[in-house]
Every structure is written in structure tokens, then in C-alpha cells.
Design a binder for this molecule. Sequence first.
Ligand SMILES: Cc1cc2nc3c(=O)[nH]c(=O)nc-3n(C[C@H](O)[C@H](O)[C@H](O)COP(=O)(O)OP(=O)(O)OC[C@H]3O[C@@H](n4cnc5c(N)ncnc54)[C@H](O)[C@@H]3O)c2cc1C
Ligand SMILES: *[C@@H]1O[C@H](CO)[C@@H](O)[C@H](O)[C@H]1NC(C)=O
Ligand SMILES: *[C@@H]1O[C@H](CO)[C@@H](O)[C@H](O)[C@H]1NC(C)=O
Ligand SMILES: *[C@@H]1O[C@H](CO)[C@@H](O)[C@H](O)[C@H]1NC(C)=O
Ligand SMILES: *[C@@H]1O[C@H](CO)[C@@H](O)[C@H](O)[C@H]1NC(C)=O
Length: 492
Amino acid sequence: MGSLTYIVASLGVLVSITEASSLSKRAALDTCLSTLKVPIYANGSADYTQAIKPFNLRVTFKPAAYAVPLTVQDVQNAVSCGSINGIQVTAKSGGHSYGSHGLGGEDGHLIVDMKNFNTVTVNQTAQTAVIGTGGRLGNIATALYNQGKQAISHGTCPGVGLGGLSLHGGYGLISRSKGLTLDNILEATVVLANSSVVTASETQNPELFWALRGAGAAFGIVTNFKFKTFTAPENNIVFQYYPSLNSPEQLVTLLTAMQDFTRNSQPPELNMRLFLSSFTSFSGVYYGSRADFDKVMNPLLAKMGVSGGLITTNSWLNTLTSFSNGALAQPAVYDTHETFFSKSLMPSYLTPAAITALANYWNANARSNSRAWYLLFDSHAGANSAISKIARDATAYSHRNATFKMQFYDRVNSGTYDPTWQSFLNGWVKVIEDASANQGVDLGMYINYADTSLSKDEAHKRYWLGNYDRLAQAKAIWDPRRTFEGPQLVGS
Ligand SMILES: Cc1cc2nc3c(=O)[nH]c(=O)nc-3n(C[C@H](O)[C@H](O)[C@H](O)COP(=O)(O)OP(=O)(O)OC[C@H]3O[C@@H](n4cnc5c(N)ncnc54)[C@H](O)[C@@H]3O)c2cc1C
Ligand SMILES: *[C@@H]1O[C@H](CO)[C@@H](O)[C@H](O)[C@H]1NC(C)=O
Ligand SMILES: *[C@@H]1O[C@H](CO)[C@@H](O)[C@H](O)[C@H]1NC(C)=O
Ligand SMILES: *[C@@H]1O[C@H](CO)[C@@H](O)[C@H](O)[C@H]1NC(C)=O
Ligand SMILES: *[C@@H]1O[C@H](CO)[C@@H](O)[C@H](O)[C@H]1NC(C)=O
């Protein structure tokens, strides 16, 4: 450690002479990475070209350099090289940020790709698992299951990276009984801006641990997490209904019944979502018997005016596959992409006026849109939800009381996305906001559905609500020189 500090310090002196131009800063960065033997993908190489292709092809950036560390020491060295050269550093795990935040969210960052940090080690006695942040959810779920049928709560898409998901939320189809992914983190190993390595937990660096769970990207590079695991439930009821939706009044009925149920009586064993698109589906999982499922569901279905579903009983891995849109196993070179604009809303409550406005906008503007748009309502909070059992200020995640997690998505299946089309979703969110004004309703937004149309101030307010000021104070302690930056991150 002593000799490393010396090398870095002497490079720092060398570099400060040429700091004037960004070209020489980049050259100095390259020299530093090569001197400290940090593995990289060289500009223009096939690996580089593939690696900087984001999940969302609408939002592309050019990094200053692209590091692919093999060891924690490589991560520390990469952070030092960025920091002494005044180049902002960004961790990338699965590259699934809707705003390509894993590529910096803007040009000119040093990217630290965590793909080699992908091991999963379960302690079956303790029911804990240490998992590298660069792994993808499908591979992680399989590895956990293969070690004593263990599992964690996580998102549905198997290609999403653990790092981004866990540091900013992590909602999936067992979250109403097991909480968010971040609620199950026991410990994180973190490379800080000054390149030292620390453990963050309830007892070690607790304020950093608080900030990491909801706003992690701005505070360091997490190399692995220790999670609390649970034994995977089997014989799960997976359901799918296809309501035929013909009028805004019908949508009002559906949403009103679903919201009332989610807020007041939905049991934690039931997880569900309403998906509006060119077709409508209402689907989810019940962790219990078919008889108990019928008892819980039938009264709700009657209120929603829905019937005739497809109901099957599934193992844990098949339950995950039912919502994964493909196999759980992910290839070493991930090459799936979409071209889209997206927004979110995390309403504590949708007022009757907001539901009506939402339904009328659907009728007037969405039904006639021939792009591949959708609006997804996940039942998130409520009286019986594990997510809401945790106090709003217990972690940096600030949406504990959001009844729904709403995701608005507008996509083209080929070609480019015309920026003027953003008005479609911006307009939809606006009618809901207008109809909710002055009624004491929280309308947060979810940074894991990063919305590129938000200014940094709007992003700070909407992503972190009342937790933002405390996060800004933590940022000043853990990353005073703002090494970990991004256009919407804390402290930007
Ligand atoms: C197809 C698809 C399905 C999705 N489904 C769900 C879902 O079911 N539930 C849900 O909650 N979300 C879902 N999401 C959203 C997803 O959680 C976010 O996009 C998440 O941020 C992606 O993480 P990543 O590591 O793949 O992305 P990246 O782009 O690599 O990273 C996202 C952010 O996290 C930071 N970061 C990543 N790794 C680290 C690290 N090790 N240390 C510090 N900072 C880090 C990055 O710098 C960046 O700011 C989905 C996204 C997609 C594209
Ligand atoms: C990468 O190479 C391209 C093409 O030669 C060049 O335009 C670009 O500036 C280079 N980027 C970096 C970060 O060196
Ligand atoms: C697993 O956890 C148990 C119980 O906490 C502990 O005694 C044991 O040392 C752990 N095993 C390993 C390999 O860490
Ligand atoms: C969240 O809702 C619960 C009741 O469901 C309430 O007691 C609590 O005050 C709410 N918290 C916030 C931050 O609104
Ligand atoms: C690194 O930063 C942390 C947080 O500010 C601080 O506690 C620690 O002492 C620093 N380490 C070194 C070696 O400067």
C-alpha cells in the first residue's frame, strides 16, 4: 500500500504540469492505468466497441478510458488514476441504466467495468451470500439456487447487473414479502474516492451504508455485497389475466380497485402488476396454495371486472423464468439492446382525479400511438408490504410509501427515436401531476428508471425526496472532490 501511494503521488506531480487540456489529461490517465497495470479495453478494439454499446441505444457516450479490473487492487488503482487526473470515475455493472449512467451519463468518464466480479458464495448455515457486483441477475439466481436452494429478492430481467439494481432499489416479484434487493444487504465492500477500501454495514461506516442503499453510485465502487438469503419457495402460483380494456371508465375501475386493494388488504405473499400496452395484462405470483390464492384473488377480480386467467404452479426457477422474457443464463458477452425513452412515478396515492386524468390521456393519446409503448403498475407499498415496514429514513431509498411503481416506456423496434416523441410520456406524467397538485401526495421517481429529461435539481428532488439533504452531506464526507459524478447523481 505504501509503495502504491508513492507511485500515484509521483504521477500526480507529473500530471499536474499538463492539466490544461483534456487531451493531455486523457493521455496522462492512459499512462497511469498502464503504469499501474490496470486491465483496459483499448479505444477502438472490438471489446471496447461492444462494451460501450449501452442497453438503451438512444443514449450513448464516449468514455475517457475503459478499465476492466480483475482485482480489488485494480479497482483502487483505477480510482486513483481518475482522481489524480481530474477525470470522473463511473462503475458499471450490467449497463442497464435507462440513462446509460453506467457509461457516466455524459462523455469523458473513466469507466470501471465490474464484469469480472461475478462470484456467488453461499454460507448455507448462516443463510448469507457474498456476491460480486458485476454479475447478472439470471446467473446469480441460478448460482444461489444451486447452493442449497437459496434466493434473494431481485428484479425480473435476467440481464440486469447486481450493482446498479442493489444500490438504487431492486423491486421484483417477491418484494412485497421479502423487501427490495437493498433491504437484504448486510454488508458492502467499497472502494472510496481516495482509493481506500472499507466495509459498510449497520455497525461499520453506518452513514455510508445508509447512503449506498438508494444512492450508491455517487459514493464509491462496490466490489461485492453480503446478502441475507432465504430458502426459495416452491409450488408458487403464477397468474396472468388479459382484461379487455375498451374505455377510460373501465381503466378507472381497474386502477381504483387495484389501488384500494394494494393499500389496504393485499397480503405480502401476493405480488402483482398491471401492464397497459396495445394489450392489457394483469399478472403476478402468489407464494401459497391455490385454495388460498382463490380466496384472496376472487373478490379483487370481481371488483376489477376481470376473469378467465391462465394459472399455473411453478418451482422457484420457473417462477423467475415466467417473468424473465427468456432463459435465466446470460452469455459472457451481453448484446441485447433497445431504443427508448422512459419515465417513472412512485405515487404515495393516485387521487380519483389523477386516475381519471391518466385514463383519459390513455384514451386520447396512448391507444393511437403505434410505437411499442407500455405503462406498468407494480403493486409496491401498502399496509402489508415488507417495503413499507422499513422507515423512510432508514435507508436512502425514499419511496417506502409509494403504492405503485409506475414505469412509462416508449420504444421503437428499429431505427432512431425522434426526440420530439418524448412529449408523449412527459405529457402523460404531467396530467397526473396536475391532477394531484396540493393534495399532500408524494410523486417521487425511481432512479433505476433514470429519466434523461429531468434537470439535475428535479432529479435530486424526485429520486430522493426528503432524503436528499442528508445524502448531500454524506457526499461531502465520502467524496469531497466529486470523483464519482453523473448528471443526476447526488452532489452533481
Ligand atoms: C430490461 C430491464 C429490466 C429491468 N427490470 C427491473 C426490475 O424488475 N426491477 C427493478 O428494480 N429495476 C429493473 N430495471 C432497472 C434496473 O434496476 C436499473 O437499470 C439498474 O440501475 C441497472 O443496473 P446495472 O448494474 O445493470 O446498470 P449500470 O448502467 O451498469 O449501472 C447503473 C448505475 O449504478 C452504478 N453502479 C453500477 N454498479 C456499481 C458498483 N459496483 N458500484 C457503484 N456504483 C455502481 C452506475 O455507475 C450507474 O450509475 C430493469 C432495467 C432493464 C433495462
Ligand atoms: C478513440 O478513437 C477515436 C477514433 O480514432 C478518437 O476520435 C477518439 O478521440 C478516441 N477517444 C479517446 C478517449 O481517446
Ligand atoms: C457460515 O456461517 C456460520 C454461522 O454463522 C459460521 O459459523 C461459519 O464460520 C460460516 N462459514 C464460512 C465458511 O464462513
Ligand atoms: C407511510 O404510511 C404509513 C401508513 O401506511 C404512515 O404511518 C407513515 O407515516 C407514512 N410515511 C410517510 C413518510 O409518509
Ligand atoms: C479516505 O476517505 C475516508 C472518508 O472521507 C476517510 O475516513 C479516510 O481516512 C480516508 N483514507 C485515507 C487513506 O486518506
